[in-house]
Ligand binder design. Structure first.
Ligand code: NAD
Length: 255
């Protein structure tokens, strides 16, 4: 039961972030949403599960806007108890032609934002004597795929940062862990399926091929399943789970 806890989920207007926010709201947490796009839809969805959510439109590529977001949570909701670092983007291209601006954006959003939100959330967690940091890394935090240089570098970085934060908080009731999903059917992955369809592959075939290359279950992981894992990491039973990079990937990493 997360009654009385606040949960900031970055990048929570869509996909995995919205699913994690829904699980946390249904468990009683006061959720704070962040991200772009279908903001009103996301707010309505979360309000239907629990307390009306907070929302801040910070662009997580900008440390100043991250500071504004963290101050908003502090002033309006008394600080962040559960920090879910989920915002992330992808770009697929061979290294030699990888656009430099995409590299910089992916490192900023997928990796540096985790440093900034964490450094700003930790003092309050220490004061209150409890905290959970859950970093949504990826199987690409533990293994690579070709054409995803920035994403793989950033996600490996997130796994490393997770371990460091876990050590620095080890003598407290604050834990920091990463979760490492395989393929989840969200807009981020749909873009990669659409690329295959644009190249002339039938849509169902494109999905099947994508899974067959990496995910032995031949099924997508769902945001709801990841939500259950996040709830476990928030529980008292998980207090000695520290610095883990926990995959939920249909067997991707077993190969
Ligand atoms: P998505 O595109 O559905 O959602 C991304 C969210 O981040 C959206 O809410 C978007 O508005 C927000 N966002 C994007 N740029 C932002 C910025 N600059 N500032 C603030 N918010 C921003 O993607 P998703 O698939 O749900 O991905 C969520 C996380 O899960 C990412 O970190 C991604 O790397 C990771 N992940 C996804 C998969 C997958 O298969 N979909 C697998 C492993 C890990």
């Amino acid at each position: 039961n997360l009654q009385g806890k606040t949960a900031l989920v970055t990048g929570s207007t869509s996909g995995i972030g919205l699913g994690l926010a829904a699980s946390l709201a249904a468990a009683g947490a006061q959720v704070i949403l962040n991200g772009f796009g279908e903001v009103e839809q996301a707010k309505t969805h979360i309000a239907g599960l629990g307390a009306a959510p907070g929302y801040h439109d910070a662009d997580l590529s900008d440390p100043q806007q991250i500071a504004d977001l963290m101050r908003y949570v502090e002033l309006e909701f008394g600080g962040t108890d559960i920090l879910v670092n989920n915002a992330g983007i992808q770009h697929v291209s061979p290294l030699e032609s990888f656009p430099v601006d995409k590299w910089n954006a992916i490192i900023a959003i997928n990796l540096s934002s985790v440093f900034h939100t964490s450094r700003l959330a930790l003092p309050g967690m220490r004061e209150r004597g409890w905290g959970r940091i859950i970093n949504v890394a990826s199987v690409h935090g533990l293994v690579a795929s070709k054409d995803k240089a920035a994403y793989v570098a950033a996600k490996h970085g997130v796994v490393g940062l997770t371990k460091t934060i876990a050590l620095e908080t080890a003598r407290s009731a604050i834990t920091c862990n990463a979760i490492c999903p395989g393929w989840v059917l969200t807009p981020l992955v749909q873009q990669q399926i659409d690329k295959r369809v644009a190249a002339g592959v039938d849509p169902q075939q494109a999905r099947d091929d994508l899974l067959a290359e990496k995910q032995p279950s031949q099924e997508f992981v769902t945001p709801e399943q990841l939500g259950e894992l996040a709830l476990f990491l928030c529980s008292d039973a998980a207090v000695q789970v520290r610095g883990a990079a926990w995959n939920m990937d249909g067997g991707w990493l077993a190969q």
